[in-house]
Every structure is written in C-alpha cells, then in structure tokens.
Design a protein around this ligand. Structure first.
Ligand SMILES: [Fe+2]
Length: 291
C-alpha cells in the first residue's frame, strides 16, 4: 500500500488560534443595523449587548463589536469577510443604498471580491468561499489587513513569531512585503507594506485567543511593552515591537484572551440571509457557516 505524504505543517495554527472580533465605535445603531444586518446579511447577537449602546454582529464564528459613540474610522485597515453568495450580497447592498445616502457607504466590484465601505468610512472586502484561501467556511471573518510602513513587515513577523508564538511568514506585495500571521483556521492578520500607509488607529481593536496565554504575557513584559490588565482571562497590548532591535514598528490594539475565557467556543447564531417574506422556507432560518 502506498503511503500518502501529507504536509503536516499545513494544519499547524501556532499559538494564535482565533480572530474573535473586530471593534469599531459607531454613532448610529440604526444605520449600523441597516448596513451590517440588512446589507451584509449578518446576524445580530440575540443574547449579548441587546440595547442601543452596543451591538454585536455575528459572522460565522467571529463578530463585529459596535459600541455607540463618535465614529472610529481606520482608513488603513480592511476587514476581509467570506460570504456565501456575492450576487445576493450585491442585491442586498443595492437595496439599502437609498437608506445610506449621504454617508460614506459605497460598493464596488474588484478583482475577486466586492469592496464595501461602511457608512462611516471603514473598509471591507467580501469574498466568495474558497477552501484554499479561507478554510472550510462559507460565512466568516477571514482576515484583517493593515497598511504598514515599508521595511516593517519582517520585524512584525518576528514579533508575532517570537513574542506571541504565532505562525508568521512573509509574502511579496505590490509596494513591499506582507507579513501573514495565522490566527485560526483560515484566518490571518496581514501587515501590508505601503509607500504611503495610513497612520495606526489606536481607538480600533481586534480580539484574539491564545493557547499559551502566559508565555506571550511574560515576553511582552520582558520586551517592555505596555500591558493593560482586564481580567484573569484577558489582557491587552498594542505595541508591535521588534524583538531584534526593540523598535516599535506599528500599533494595533489586541484584546487578548485565553482559551479558558468563558466566551471561547461560544456557539454564535447565524441566519440565512436569503430568507424573506417572499419564498420563505420553513425550518431554514439558521445558517450553517461551515462549508
Ligand atoms: Fe473587544
């Protein structure tokens, strides 16, 4: 019998096991509902943050967190989503356009994705499912792509590899290198070198889960990075500091949770956005985000 030669490293996640949520403060929960729920076809978390001071929006196994307040706009950050049907997405977005007139909302077709801007100017890319690029999901948060200055990607990859214990590799981009950090099955953080990158956005944050929670904590402290304490299951850091030189290369606020955090592995409700009054299908309200 011939043995199949699997490349076992393809299945390695490293220490960063999930990109849990992306947080943007937004000034109007009504407009956010129109955009994220009616337009993108995502699902409001029915159990948590049920008032108008915050809204959690489910996308597969991840979330957007949208607290109410002055808008946080991060022009150098793009969140990449996988959605099940790009034509259905285009139709939904076209339907809500009149309700978002006068805002920064926009939609355009790009090479292999639909580029969408939220009512306050934050950017998204919506992709069709692709098991090779995004793993076995048909609805999910695939990546966060951040513009960084030229000459920083290698040090950023070194930071994630040596301090966080994540898998990190360099790819070739248009203006320079791209550091790709694995952060869950089919999920990545991308640090894309640009000739004129936007400034980091300190009011925006992402949330990650780590398998080894204390190791990065100790190494961040040793490297002199500032850590904000939250709870026994959570801390935050924002400096991406090159362990080789001690130089701060970029700023990105990471809400960092252990896998013992009560919300790790929480089952998120996702709906079938194709359901509607016309052609309603009984028993098909829930949507399985797995391919
Ligand atoms: Fe958060």
């Amino acid at each position: 019998m011939t043995e199949v030669a699997f490349d076992r490293t393809n299945e390695d996640l490293g220490n960063l096991v999930e990109l849990g949520h992306v947080n943007y403060r937004i000034p109007d929960q009504g407009l956010a509902t129109t955009f994220y729920v009616s337009g993108l076809g995502l699902t409001r978390d029915p159990f948590m943050m049920t008032g108008t001071s915050n809204m959690w929006v489910n996308i597969g196994n991840s979330q957007f967190h949208l607290p109410t307040g002055p808008a946080v706009v991060a022009p150098g950050i793009v969140t990449g989503l996988v959605v099940p049907d790009l034509d259905a997405l285009r139709a939904r977005l076209s339907k809500i356009a009149k309700d978002l007139a006068g805002t920064a909302f926009s939609v355009s077709d790009a090479d292999g994705f639909v580029a969408v801007t939220c009512p306050w100017g934050n950017r998204l890319r919506c992709h069709a499912p692709d098991p090779v690029r995004f793993g076995s999901v048909r609805l999910g948060m695939a990546y966060v792509d951040l513009e960084v200055p030229r000459g920083t990607a290698n040090g950023i990859a070194r930071f994630y590899r040596e301090i966080i214990g994540a898998r990190a590799k360099l790819e070739e981009g248009r203006d320079g290198a791209i550091a790709r950090i694995t952060c869950g099955p089919g999920q990545s953080l991308l640090f894309t070198e640009k000739l004129s990158p936007a400034d980091p956005c300190p009011q925006h944050h992402i949330q990650i889960y780590l398998a080894d929670f204390s190791g990065p904590y100790d190494r961040l402290k040793k490297l002199g990075c500032t850590i904000r304490e939250s709870s026994r299951h959570q801390y935050s850091f924002a400096q991406l500091r090159d362990p080789a030189t001690g130089a701060d290369l970029f700023g990105l606020d990471h809400e960092t949770r252990s896998m013992t955090h009560p919300m790790f592995g929480r089952a998120l409700i996702n709906r079938d956005a194709l359901q509607g009054i016309g052609g309603y299908k009984a028993g098909r309200d829930q949507f399985d985000w797995h391919l």
